[in-house]
Design a binder for this molecule. Structure first.
Ligand SMILES: Cc1ncc(COP(=O)(O)O)c(C=O)c1O
Length: 405
């Protein structure tokens, strides 16, 4: 039985078209089985080479002249991410600042389009920064913040919205993939619902970009933000994506009037005049070295292609689920993610009363690195670019072994 399973896993690895991509990543010194790529992706050789080239060739030799091309990086990479991963036509995405700051900018920009509305709506189970930024905006602008009760472990449903959505609502902020459960929300359906009451949608793509195919233009999403250090492997502090729908560009106002968002930046004019298009969302000097690393990292993601990444990701979480049923369920674990593959993103979540202690032992005894989330959740996130099927098996079996002890 077990031999049969191991043979099947070996076949999955042999037949995996993404297997060669493992070599594109720098191995760590300890041979860690890294199942935390949804928090911080691994370092790729491309990202490393790109950041070193930006230091040694560009900073060292070009000096100030580097700005002749560095100023374009945010928009250039925005278009790469937009076309390869977000289903966004050119000129709607920039890479800048953090996801938190981009949330602030897009929320205020959305509000500028519906100035008479008084309510902000967010999933009560969404990531803290999304809720906190909204709370701050609500306090500063004297608006009402509604926290929508949801199941957390399943996608947000139309019924979840019903008690909260009315024509006082200015905007909804929602993660496409919930950070705790991995539940995948249907953006097209939610955009339709939100628009039906005349409100705007700001989607947080932090846990979906690079993990699931995204179709922002087609889904009619108004604004989106998201991290690039998770499945895109841009590195710690890699700046975030920001998408703003083209048809809104000429009407909106973004709230941080920095010189990188001004038209004719180097004319140093007396008054702020926003640049046309999505570049009006830029603020100040971008982190050039981080953008260089992201550019390298994106080569790898784009070469693999989002369809192949999603196919392998589903196969890996399906294998993990099968092993969960056979080895973890009887040991006090509860699945806190959707079972149906079309309803989940790239990670699975297992609940256990001793989740914290188990995740520590998992690393100490087996070199398996997963993510613990309060109060009792373990996030299990294989990254299809560098995790093998054998590592998925090893990770679950190690968890079963520490739980058995
Ligand atoms: C869903 C989600 N949104 C936002 C953030 C915060 O991003 P940042 O700290 O880069 O602003 C995170 C970070 O993990 C996240 O998971």
């Amino acid at each position: 039985m077990e031999t049969e399973l191991l043979r099947r896993i070996d076949q999955l690895d042999q037949a995996d078209p993404l297997a060669p991509f493992r070599e594109r990543f720098v191995s760590d010194e300890n041979g860690i089985n890294y199942l935390d790529g949804n928090s911080l992706g691994r370092l790729s050789h491309d990202a490393r080479a790109a950041i070193l080239a930006a230091i040694d060739d560009e900073w060292a030799n070009e000096l100030i002249r580097g700005w002749e091309h560095w100023t374009e990086l945010s928009s250039e990479l925005g278009d790469v991410v937009g076309s390869a991963l977000l289903g966004a036509g050119a000129g709607q995405v920039v890479i800048s600042d953090s996801t938190s700051v981009n949330l602030y900018k897009t929320i205020r920009a959305a509000l500028s389009l519906v100035p008479d509305r008084r309510v902000l709506l967010v999933d009560a189970n969404d990531f803290p920064t999304d809720r906190y930024i909204l709370e701050g905006v609500a306090a500063a602008c004297n608006l009402e913040l509604r926290l929508m009760a949801t199941s957390m472990d399943e996608p947000v449903s139309v019924d979840d919205f019903a008690p909260y959505l009315d024509d006082d609502v200015a905007l909804v902020v929602l993660s496409q993939v919930n950070y705790r459960s991995g539940a995948l929300n249907d953006l097209a359906r939610i955009a339709y619902l939100v628009h039906s009451v005349g409100a705007m949608l700001v989607a947080d793509l932090s846990h979906s970009v690079g993990a699931v195919p995204i179709t922002l233009d087609e889904d009619d999403v108004d604004f989106a933000v998201g991290c690039t250090y998770k499945y895109l492997n841009g590195g710690p502090g890699s700046p975030a994506l920001l998408y703003a729908r083209e048809r809104l560009h000429s009407e909106l106002t973004q709230p941080i009037w920095g010189w990188f968002s001004a038209t004719d930046q180097f004319l140093m004019g007396p008054r702020y005049e926003p640049a046309p298009g999505v570049t009006q969302f830029l603020v100040g000097t971008p982190p050039v070295l981080q953008l260089a690393a992201l550019k390298g990292a994106l080569n790898v993601v784009c070469e693999a292609g989002i369809e192949r990444l999603r196919t392998k990701s589903i196969a890996q979480t399906a294998l993990a689920l099968e092993l969960f049923d056979d080895h973890l369920m009887a040991r006090g674990f509860r699945l806190a993610s959707p079972r149906e593959s079309s309803l989940r993103g790239g990670h699975l979540t297992f609940e256990h009363p001793d989740a914290l202690a188990l995740s520590s032992s998992l690393f100490a005894d087996h070199q398996v690195l997963v993510d613990y989330r309060v109060p009792n959740r373990i996030r299990f996130a294989p990254s299809p670019l560098y995790t093998s099927f054998a590592q998925v098996y090893d990770g679950i079996m190690a968890l079963a072994a520490v739980a058995a002890r």
